[in-house]
Design a protein around this ligand. Sequence first.
Ligand SMILES: C[S@@+](CC[C@H](N)C(=O)[O-])C[C@H]1O[C@@H](n2cnc3c(N)ncnc32)[C@H](O)[C@@H]1O
Length: 173
Amino acid sequence: MDAHLELPPSPWVQRWIGLIRPGGAVLDVACGSGRHARLLASFEVDAVDRQPALFAHPPRGVVLLGADIEDGPWPYAGRRFDGIVVTNYLHRTLLPTLVDSLEPGGILLYETFARGNERFGKPSNPAFLLAPGELLEMVRGRLQVVAYEDLVVDHPRPAAVQRVCARQERVAS
Ligand SMILES: C[S@@+](CC[C@H](N)C(=O)[O-])C[C@H]1O[C@@H](n2cnc3c(N)ncnc32)[C@H](O)[C@@H]1O
């Protein structure tokens, strides 16, 4: 079993979850064991992972989908979400799709590993580690940045991470 399966919800997600429209539609991308989909139970949650079996017994209200979001088509084409949560997962070319999948006012909560994480363990492959400032650059000019951090955290385990909370400012048409 992977170590991430044992992790509690990310403090970053917990901190900013209140910005998501109450009861709105939320997508947990690469949800793994569903630690955030469970946290988001008061929303209408879609959760996707290529290994859906990792997410045992999704609670009522969570729609779990097994899909490869790197090699397959985007399974939520035409859908819009009030919140999108991505943690400990990086597929750079997916970012524009995520931005386009936000409702006006929708919130992106993204947290994943950054360079420097090698000293704490995996991931250590540079392909899976954000370069300095990279997450901020990925959303700059596309979303309004509410908060951004690039730091070493101690909880739930030592890791070098970048994390952003950003809002889709697009006006509804
Ligand atoms: C490190 S885990 C993070 C899980 C969860 N987001 C969390 O923070 O607890 C990365 C997850 O990405 C999923 N994943 C990796 N490649 C994927 C792909 N191509 N399509 C869908 N999910 C993928 C894995 O199955 C795994 O559950």
